[in-house]
Design a protein around this ligand. Structure first.
Ligand code: FAD
Length: 439
C-alpha cells in the first residue's frame, strides 16, 4: 500500500522483497480449485479497510463472515453461540471503563475480569485472540480496549493472496525485485544506501522498511546509525505466534452438513486451547489455529504426528464426527515463526506500553502492523501504516524540493557592494538620466 501511495503521488520507488513471492504473512494455497489461507484470513472492518477497495476493484468475491456461527467447548462441555455474548458477564464494567479512560493504570486484559472463573477463561482465550500467552506483562488491556479491529469480516473466496496479486498489478510488477534480501541500511550520509544479501546495493533519497517485528527484533538487518527510537518502540512489544493446521476435506462432507459453513469453534480444554474455523467462505477446509508458545511447539512436531495432534484437539467437537473418513491428503501446517522473513506472526502490546504510530529517523521510515496504533496486528493496520509512511515521505520530499528552489541570496561582503556601486557610478544609467543614489 505504501508503494501504491508513492505511485499515486508520482514518486519513483523500488520494492526489494526477500521472498520469491509478494504478500509476506498473506499466503493462500489452491487445492482442486479451492483456496485456503495460511496467513491472514479475514479482511477485518469490512469496507473500513483499504484492502477491501482493492479486492472490489479486482472483482474478487468477498463473503461476509460475521463470526456469529460460533460454538465453544470448555473442558469438553459444549456451549452454543451465546458463549461469545456471555463473555461480557465475566468483565468488571467499572474496571474496564477506568482502564479505557486512563483513570487507572494499564493491566493485562485477563485482569479486567470480576471472578477467578472469568480470569481463567480469558487467559485461555488469550493465545487465539492475541497470539501470546497471558502473563503479568501482556497483553495490554488499554491496547485491547482502544483497538478498532472487529472480529470476523470479509473472507476472499479466491484467497487473501488474490488481493495482494491485485495490489501488485496496481503497483507494477516491474518495480518489485524478488529474492532481494536487505542486509544493511546506511543512512549516515545524505542519501540512503541499502545493501542486499547478494552483495548488490541501491541508493535513494529515502528508505521505508516494512519488515516484521520478528525480523526487526532478530538483528539480522544492520541499521547505521542504529535507530534508537525503534529499539524503544520494540521494548513495549511482544512477538505474537499463530500456527495453523489446514485439513482438506471432501466437499461432499460439507454438502451433507450445511450448518458447518463459516463455523468458529473455541476449544478451551485445560491448557490446550485453539480456534477451529470450518468451511470458511464455503471452501472445503477445516483449519485449526493455535497461538502463543503452543504455536511454536506445533511448528516443530514431526509431520507424522500432525493428524494425531489435530484429532486430539477436536475430539470433543461432535459437529465434526466422521470428518476423518472425508480427509483428502496430508495436513498442511504453517511455519511463520521459523521462517527468516517473518519470525513470528504479528505483534502484541505489553502492559503500560504504547505503539509509536509513525516511526522515522532522518531518511529512514518504518511501517507495518507493529507500528500501527488503531488497527494493530492486522493487514488493515499494515496497509494504513504503509500509506501514512508514504505520505510522510512525500511531504519530506516536497519540503526538500521547496528548500532547493527557494531563491538563494548569496552572502554579500560589504566591499563587493562598494565595488559594484563605484563601477555603476561611472556608467550612464539605462534610462539616460543621471544615477540617483539613495545613500
Ligand atoms: C496465521 C496468521 C493469521 C492471521 N490472521 C489475520 C487475519 O485474519 N486478518 C488480518 O488482517 N491479519 C491477520 N494476520 C496478521 C497479518 O498477516 C499481518 O498483520 C500482516 O501480514 C503484516 O503485514 P506487514 O507488511 O507488517 O508484515 P509482513 O506481512 O511480515 O510483510 C513483511 C515483508 O517484508 C519482507 N522481508 C522481511 N525481511 C526482509 C528483508 N531482510 N529484506 C527484504 N524483505 C524482507 C517479508 O518477506 C515480507 O514480504 C495473521 C497472521 C498470521 C501469521
Amino acid at each position: 500500500m505504501a508503494a501504491r501511495e508513492l505511485k499515486e503521488q508520482g514518486i519513483p520507488f523500488e520494492i526489494h522483497e526477500a521472498n520469491n513471492r509478494p504478500g509476506g504473512k498473506v499466503q493462500s494455497i489452491e487445492v482442486d480449485g479451492a483456496h485456503a489461507d495460511l496467513g491472514a484470513h479475514w479482511l477485518h472492518n469490512d469496507d473500513d479497510n483499504p484492502l477491501t477497495a482493492i479486492a472490489r476493484k479486482a472483482g474478487l468475491t468477498l463473503q461476509k463472515d460475521t463470526a456469529s456461527n460460533r460454538l465453544a467447548y470448555v473442558d469438553g462441555t459444549r456451549h452454543g453461540s451465546e458463549f461469545r455474548t456471555n463473555l461480557s458477564q465475566y468483565f468488571d464494567a467499572s474496571k474496564v471503563a477506568q482502564v479505557r479512560d486512563g483513570n487507572i493504570a494499564d493491566i493485562p486484559y485477563h485482569k479486567l475480569t470480576n471472578s477467578p472463573e472469568g480470569e481463567d477463561l480469558i487467559k485461555r482465550l488469550t493465545p487465539t485472540w492475541s497470539g501470546v500467552d497471558a502473563n503479568d506483562a501482556s497483553p495490554s488491556a488499554t491496547a485491547l480496549l482502544k483497538s478498532a479491529n472487529e472480529p470476523g469480516g470479509y473472507v476472499v473466496k479466491e484467497g487473501f493472496q488474490a488481493v495482494i496479486d491485485a495490489l501488485v498489478k496496481e503497483v507494477g510488477e516491474e518495480n518489485i525485485h524478488y529474492n532481494s534480501r536487505v542486509k544493511k541500511v546506511d543512512n549516515s550520509q545524505e542519501t540512503s544506501r541499502v545493501e542486499f544479501a547478494d552483495g548488490s546495493t541501491a541508493i535513494g533519497k529515502k528508505t521505508l522498511f516494512t519488515g516484521s517485528l520478528g525480523v526487526l527484533r532478530s538483528g539480522q538487518i544492520e541499521f547505521n546509525p542504529p535507530p534508537r527510537e525503534v529499539a524503544a518502540h520494540l521494548k513495549g512489544m511482544q512477538t505474537a505466534y499463530m500456527a495453523k493446521i489446514v485439513m482438506k476435506v471432501d466437499p461432499q462432507f460439507f454438502a451433507q452438513h450445511p450448518n458447518l459453513h463459516d463455523l468458529h469453534v473455541n476449544i478451551l480444554d485445560g491448557d490446550k486451547t485453539s480456534l477451529l474455523n470450518v468451511a470458511s467462505a464455503g471452501q472445503p477446509f477445516v483449519t485449526l489455529m493455535v497461538g502463543g508458545k503452543e504455536a511454536r511447539r506445533l511448528e516443530t512436531l514431526p509431520a507424522s504426528e500432525l493428524n494425531r495432534y489435530f484429532f486430539d484437539h477436536i475430539k470433543d467437537v461432535a459437529e465434526l464426527n466422521g470428518l476423518q473418513a472425508h480427509l483428502k491428503g496430508a495436513p498442511i501446517r504453517t511455519g511463520w515463526s521459523k521462517a527468516a522473513t517473518s519470525m513470528g506472526c504479528y505483534s502484541s502490546t505489553n502492559v503500560g506500553a504504547e505503539r509509536s504510530g509513525a516511526l522515522s529517523m532522518g531518511n529512514l521510515h518504518f511501517a507495518g502492523e507493529a507500528i500501527e496504533t488503531e488497527y494493530a496486528a492486522t493487514t488493515n493496520g499494515a496497509a494504513r501504516s504503509g500509506q501514512r509512511a508514504a505520505r510522510n515521505i512525500a511531504k519530506e520530499l516536497e519540503k526538500d524540493v521547496t528548500e532547493q528552489l527557494a531563491p538563494q541570496v548569496p552572502p554579500c561582503p560589504p566591499q563587493s557592494f562598494v565595488n559594484m556601486v563605484e563601477v555603476n557610478r561611472n556608467q550612464p544609467a539605462p534610462n539616460g538620466k543621471p544615477w540617483h543614489f539613495t545613500r
